[in-house]
Design a protein around this ligand. Structure first.
Ligand code: 5GP
Ligand code: MN
Length: 340
């Protein structure tokens, strides 16, 4: 028997049968790991003769739209009635790459009400206790890596089709910043080696995800770094903030600010970076760090959010300026820890 969550796998195997209605969900503003995991699991279940519907709270960003069958994902923001019906009727609901229903935003009430058996596959700390089964491990690179292990434990490599393989690879690649962070466990590279053996084209994934900027997105990046980045060398911190108006000037599309928060960490000595994006009623907050500074705790405490030690997100109900000022206070308060 595999040592990958043996008792959970045993129980999940018994309920995964063709008569069951299965739904796969992931979080609001889905990233590469969310979408790669959802599509990957969908292809794995397909190989088992199971048909699963995929639901997300909102849109798939264009740099992930090329993934096979991404167009089959039901988006609550566009197909409300369909998404609600699928969740209500589901016998089994997979929750991938998020640790609680708050991350589903507008879909969270329907998820909370849904009667189906809820199965978590995720790598965030402290999951809600609403799930019937937990495949939860904070020591893996990505949820996509867990989806790979899940397929091996359910049956074996034969469940991983070339389509599943490229989706899983994209999840691992994006959540590790192309094997830059979060992949200190050698197992991640063993999983990737197996995906490469299955014939995935790494260059295609890299090209489609990272080299498909619109001209406006590239100019927004330049503008944000040149004009909007504030650096606080004493606190070893930096932030970038963008107003709604600025985003409109650069013809903002969902996903256009992805990765932007990482840039200040390339400045020597900067270990804490934040990105503030002005939305209609709130400010979206993204936090990143290098080393031991736990941005998930900062996000939980000040920005109603959470995430991982080095990558977290949340929101601020105040104005952009007030959010910036709160951040400046925070880095002053944590100055000593930031300099450790
Ligand atoms: P990002 O900054 O890319 O939106 O998110 C970084 C990390 O923080 C991701 O792992 C994501 O799951 C988590 N995260 C982002 N926004 C939120 C939020 O509002 N609440 C919680 N709990 N986690 C978040
Ligand atoms: Mn993830």
């Amino acid at each position: 028997m595999s040592d990958f969550f043996p008792s959970e796998i045993q129980k999940i195997k018994q309920i995964l049968i063709p008569t069951k209605k299965i739904v796969i969900t992931s979080h609001h503003n889905p990233d590469g790991d969310a979408i790669g995991s959802v599509l990957g699991l969908h292809f794995i279940l397909k190989k088992m003769g199971l048909n699963a519907q995929m639901i997300l709270p909102n849109e798939v960003p264009s740099f992930l739209n090329w993934l096979p069958e991404a167009d089959k994902i039901v988006k609550y923001s566009k197909q409300k009635v369909e998404a609600k019906r699928l969740l209500a009727e589901a016998d089994i609901i997979f929750s991938l790459d998020y640790n609680g229903s708050a991350r589903l935003e507008k879909l969270s009430d329907d998820f909370d009400k849904a009667k189906g058996t809820k199965i978590l596959i995720d790598h965030h700390p402290n999951p809600d206790n609403v799930f019937a089964h937990y495949i939860s491990d904070t020591n893996v690179s990505s949820t996509a890596e867990l989806v790979f292990e899940f397929a091996l434990a359910l049956k074996g490599h034969e469940l991983i089709s070339p389509d599943a393989a490229i989706c899983i690879y994209t999840g691992i690649m994006t959540d590790t910043g192309s094997f830059n962070y979060g992949c200190s466990n050698p197992r991640t590279f063993e999983v990737v080696a197996q995906l490469v053996k299955m014939g995935i084209d790494i260059e295609v994934a890299q090209q489609n995800v990272y080299n498909t900027f619109s001209e406006e997105r590239m100019r927004l990046l330049g503008y944000a770094l040149a004009q909007k980045m504030k650096v606080f060398p004493k606190q070893r911190a930096a932030f970038i903030s963008l107003t709604k108006n600025e985003l409109e000037q650069f013809d903002y599309k969902i996903g256009d600010t992805e990765g932007l928060v990482n840039y200040p960490l390339s400045i020597e000595n900067i270990v804490f970076s934040a990105l503030f994006i002005e939305n209609t009623n709130q400010v979206k907050v993204s936090l990143r760090s290098r080393g031991s500074f736990p941005v998930n705790l900062i996000s939980e405490r000040y920005f109603n959010g959470g995430g991982h030690k080095n990558a977290a997100g949340g929101k601020s109900p105040t104005t952009l300026t007030e959010t910036e000022n709160a951040f400046i206070k925070i880095i002053e308060e944590y100055s000593e820890q930031l300099n450790n």
